[in-house]
Ligand binder design. Structure first.
Ligand code: ZN
Ligand code: ZN
Length: 397
């Protein structure tokens, strides 16, 4: 199929131009107004009519209305509250805001893919739903898009547009440029947030027997929470408990009445994800009680774990093996970071794959020095395009 041939130099130039524009004008989660306007303008120039969904999101559909197969391609749109510290000429023009996760590249790759699909639209063997999703970093965008009908055509009033499968990608700086990873099963973790308030009884720093020291009790709670991961849960079932912040007390000679802990919990299995919201507050409460203090916990989930469908992951892996420019194929990469594409993957068979962009000056995602080896972008577009065709051509599907 001509539309799956490697990107031509002028297409790569345009892809990089899109990415650099988006990089220079980042916006925070669910406030992607200028990003939405820019994407809509570029899609319009490609002849693609886009519809606003979930506030700052956009959707469009390509392919013959008679085609019965429907695949969704998703890219996320938001940036992070980080002051960019790179010296690239297209660095963020917006103080305190930076595309430090690479979502700028995801949007640009989706535009390049859309351009190809549009050019071949009449011959496409399927319908492709383009989903530009806001608010990934706070886990709110994907549920909003789905609630507004991203998977069932309600976004455009076409009930025939029932999405049967979905693809998404993340460029990934820890992987060498051009290496593609498509792992079956759980690939990214659920993201939970907890706040525990440990309450004691304040008093004089020299008279501990007349008080209940919330600082000492909070230390006990922090230690006890670590035993959730090390003693309570099967070591083969990954879990992370991190207390990221601890605040309490006012001065050196006063026993603190109250300490607040703020942390995150990550897990892969749905079984664990169901239990942790009860277990963690129980452990905190019981640990605090050992010191005569109390602990009350507010626990909320931002994102469920992302599970790749085995057949979809195998399809993308096999495609990557055959795609020119791919520097290697990995099928193992999984991590305890979160990704709200998980909500699409929970509804339809999906693959979320990684494309290495770790050039010589690679820095971690979410770092103010994060940068992308742009040579990864045409590779990402090629794997996406070929995966679309491979999915459309597979039997039954
Ligand atoms: Zn991120
Ligand atoms: Zn990201």
């Amino acid at each position: 199929m001509e539309w799956t041939l490697p990107l031509q130099p002028q297409e790569i130039d345009r892809l990089v131009r899109w990415r650099r524009h988006l990089h220079a004008e980042p916006e925070l989660s669910l406030a992607e107004f200028d990003t939405q306007a820019y994407l809509r303008q570029e899609l319009t120039q490609l002849g693609i009519a886009a519809t606003a969904v979930a506030g700052t999101g956009l959707m469009a559909v390509l392919g013959p209305a008679t085609a019965t197969k429907v695949l969704l391609l998703r890219a996320d749109m938001d940036a992070l509250p980080i002051q960019e510290q790179t010296d690239v000429p297209f660095a963020s023009r917006r103080p305190g805001c930076m595309h430090a996760c690479g979502h700028d590249t995801h949007m640009a790759v989706l535009l390049a893919v859309a351009a190809r699909l549009k050019a071949a639209e009449a011959d496409l063997p399927l319908r492709v739903v383009l989903c530009l999703q806001p608010g990934e970093e706070n886990g709110r965008g994907a549920p909003k898009m789905i609630a507004e009908g991203a998977l069932d055509g309600r976004w455009c009033g076409d009930s025939a547009l029932q999405v049967q499968a979905a693809l998404g990608l993340h460029i990934w700086s820890p992987l060498p440029t051009g290496v593609v990873s498509a792992c079956a099963g759980p690939v990214m973790a659920s993201v939970d947030d907890f706040r525990t308030v440990v309450k004691g009884r304040g008093g004089h720093g020299a008279l501990p027997h007349q008080a209940v020291d919330a600082v000492v009790a909070a230390c006990g709670v922090v230690q006890a929470l670590q035993t959730l991961a090390s003693r309570r849960i099967d070591p083969l079932d990954p879990v992370v408990v991190t207390v990221g912040s601890i605040h309490g007390g006012t001065t050196y000679n006063v026993i603190a009445e109250e300490v607040e802990l703020h942390g995150t919990v990550r897990s892969f299995s749905t079984d664990l994800a169901d239990r942790l919201p009860t277990w963690l507050p129980e452990v905190a409460q019981q640990a605090a009680a050992a010191y005569g203090a109390t602990a009350e916990t507010q626990y909320q989930r931002y994102t469920i774990a992302l599970h790749n469908d085995a057949a979809m992951a195998a399809l993308v892996g096999a495609v990557a093996e055959q795609t020119p420019g791919v520097a290697g194929v990995d099928r193992q990469l999984r991590m305890m970071a979160g990704e709200d594409f998980a909500y699409f993957a929970a509804q339809v068979p999906s693959c979320f794959f990684f494309v290495g962009c770790g050039g010589p000056d690679a820095a971690p995602h979410h770092s103010p020095r994060f940068r992308v080896d742009e040579a990864a972008l045409p590779v990402a577009a090629a794997v996406m395009l070929r995966s679309v065709l491979a999915w459309a051509e597979q039997k039954g599907g």
